[in-house]
Design a protein around this ligand. Structure first.
Ligand SMILES: NC(=O)c1ccc[n+]([C@@H]2O[C@H](COP(=O)([O-])OP(=O)(O)OC[C@H]3O[C@@H](n4cnc5c(N)ncnc54)[C@H](O)[C@@H]3O)[C@@H](O)[C@H]2O)c1
Length: 246
């Protein structure tokens, strides 16, 4: 119960890695608020099953007004969030030659600018309580590249830059900010969208000879969100099974 008494805001918590993070934080005692454009009934049911308290509302995290309103609702319902995890994402494969300005802007707006809005809305509450844990879900593709995903890789690089840049400003208030960069992760959506062969190929490149799971990433986030991780900030944890180090 390492998160007992804490309120966690998880974006993109309706599915995939965000859902695993929400469930893990909830199981470990946090009250969990899920901000997602998709409905979060499944995650709320999982939270309830494990005896955790959850709250969800539709929220497009690229819209500063929706984010401010969501954070205010969390404050009224529970208390201002002290743990913030940004996992919501727009991800699609498109070669740069075919990428429109709209594709580019939407990807940056959801993946990286959302973090700006979330920080503006949530950091004042953390500063007031002199405690906070902020975690941005980036991607190993920032380090290894990914074909036809320049828009996505750029957005993840921006998140890493933001985390590394902001750490010094929030640190004096007892707030840490870190990024987690997952390798290829076997979410339901990834399994449906990506060829089976790709999962096999990536495992061959990893030191750890199995596919990454959403729970692998949730474990890293849970640690970074804990009291014990209070001396780690401005870092990016690459959780990719050691891809490319074989
Ligand atoms: N799955 C992987 O292999 C993998 C690898 C590396 C990094 N990641 C990162 O992990 C995170 C989660 O990825 P996933 O694979 O679980 O994705 P997913 O598609 O399963 O979940 C993403 C969630 O974000 C929500 N979302 C989309 N746009 C939104 C918006 N504007 N506002 C609020 N919510 C919005 C979606 O509704 C969805 O519930 C992402 O940041 C992704 O980049 C995933």
């Amino acid at each position: 119960m390492r998160h007992q008494g804490k309120v966690a805001l998880v974006t993109g918590g309706s599915s995939g890695i965000g859902q695993a993070i929400a469930c893990r934080l909830g199981r470990e005692g946090a009250k969990v608020a899920i901000a997602d454009v998709a409905e979060a009934g499944e995650t709320l049911a999982l939270l309830q099953e494990s005896g955790s308290e959850g709250f969800a509302a539709r929220c497009d995290t690229s819209d500063p007004h929706q984010v401010a309103s969501f954070v205010a609702q969390v404050g009224e319902r529970f208390s201002p969030p002290q743990i913030l995890v940004h996992s919501a994402v727009v991800q699609f494969v498109r070669p740069f030659d075919e990428l429109s300005l709209e594709d580019w802007r939407r990807t940056q707006a959801v993946n990286q600018e959302s973090m700006f809005h979330l920080l503006k809305a949530a950091v004042p509450g953390m500063k007031a309580r002199r405690w906070g844990r902020i975690i941005a879900i980036a991607s190993s593709t920032f380090f290894v590249g990914a074909p036809a995903m320049t828009h996505y890789v750029t957005s993840k690089g921006a998140l890493i830059g933001l985390v590394h840049g902001l750490a010094a400003e929030v640190g004096p208030f007892g707030i840490t900010i870190n990024a987690v960069a997952p390798g290829l992760t076997r979410t339901r959506k990834a399994q449906a969208d990506l060829p089976t062969e790709l999962f096999r190929q990536i495992v061959a490149l990893q030191c750890i000879k199995r596919n990454g799971t959403p729970e692998d990433q949730a474990a890293v986030v849970s640690f970074l969100a804990s009291e014990e991780a209070g001396f780690i900030t401005g870092q990016t944890i690459l959780a990719d099974g050691g891809q490319g180090r074989t």
